[in-house]
Design a protein around this ligand. Sequence first.
Ligand code: NAD
Ligand code: DAU
Length: 364
Amino acid sequence: MHPETSGLRETSNTFIEIKKMSTSKNILITGGAGFIGSHLVRLFVKKYANYHIYNLDKLTYAGNLENIRDIENYDNYTFIKGDIVDKEFIQKIFKEKKINAVIHLAAESHVDRSISNPLEFVMTNVIGTVNLLQAANQNWNEESDNLFYHVSTDEVYGSLQDTGKFTEQTAYDPHSPYSAAKASSDHFVRAYYDTYKLPIIISNCSNNYGPNQFPEKLIPLFINNIKQKKSLPVYGNGKNVRDWLYVEDHVAAIDLLFHKGKLGETYNIGGNNELTNIDLIYTLCELVDKKLNQKKGTSKQLITYVKDRAGHDLRYAIDISKINNAFGWKPSLDFSAGLEKTIDWYLSNEKWLKNVTSGAYQDY
Ligand code: NAD
Ligand code: DAU
């Protein structure tokens, strides 16, 4: 249906793809009221006055319009409340809004919830993604300049031991219902490229942190618990390793790949910033003690080792060579500066924290 690449130019034996970037676009961003989505929507609305951004979000416990309050009155922005699983609704949006590109972030995103309620993850992450792919495939044609950009995770690659990093060639080996559902959605995105030539790009990113992350994920949960003098539950021995990236660096990479990435390709995005959970937690405790003018060591006393997460992946680490060699992208913010910014944000956004934790979000 779609040409594999749009506009090919030959330079010194390499084909460089030139994407026809039309001056205006109707972009559907799914999950734009969530953590990463809200940062992406803000970036696109402010940076690209020639794009109209349709932010489609179901507003689950994780979606919050407060995250994007500052841009709600921009002329090139429209919020649409809805479910990506709803077939007729998605078809209607594609037709009515003449959508020519999708950046797909809507998902159930928390591993612990996927362990207690896997079906919800299959519905949104798998069925919802296929529903969007199907609508794109039915509404786009060869002549139109389209892109389905799928935002995925490094968790699809499974778990590393002490050495090595995930590359784009690493075989998929998901362990949790969350990562299994994301892996499945990635396979469907690729299947639409291989089968129907739907123009797609996939990126797989490591752990994000920053403002507006729902306080169930490690960093915001622990900041919130310290504020409330609640215990800090460390799963297992705390030696699991994650590769942390500041959220604005992630959305900058998405912006770059959306405009310059090669159709049909996967790109890994990561922080070059591996930390064991316990080292991160010690640093976090020290910083929060300082910010709250507490005696050094106060927050550390709240650390409690608890039963390990079922199927807990030991280590994630991303090799960012591909995106770095192709476009020069690398993380711009170092972890201590990013963590300090994040802590400052949570400590000064009491109302946001109260608001998002006031619902039935603990039901898992
Ligand atoms: P999030 O949970 O903060 O936000 C998800 C958003 O999707 C919410 O606004 C929610 O309301 C919306 N949503 C959920 N189900 C929906 C449905 N059926 N229809 C429409 N909207 C729905 O998630 P996040 O951390 O911002 O992650 C965004 C994406 O990035 C996800 O696809 C996730 O897998 C991926 N990702 C996240 C990280 C991370 O560290 N947070 C890292 C790599 C990739
Ligand atoms: O790697 C990318 C993924 O990162 C994303 O795809 C997911 O959407 C995102 O949630 C995140 O998954 P993690 O499971 O790595 O993030 P989480 O913040 O839940 O946990 C980080 C680490 O901290 C993990 O090893 C589990 C541990 N942990 C987590 C919580 C919530 C604890 O020890 N205690 C906790 O209370």
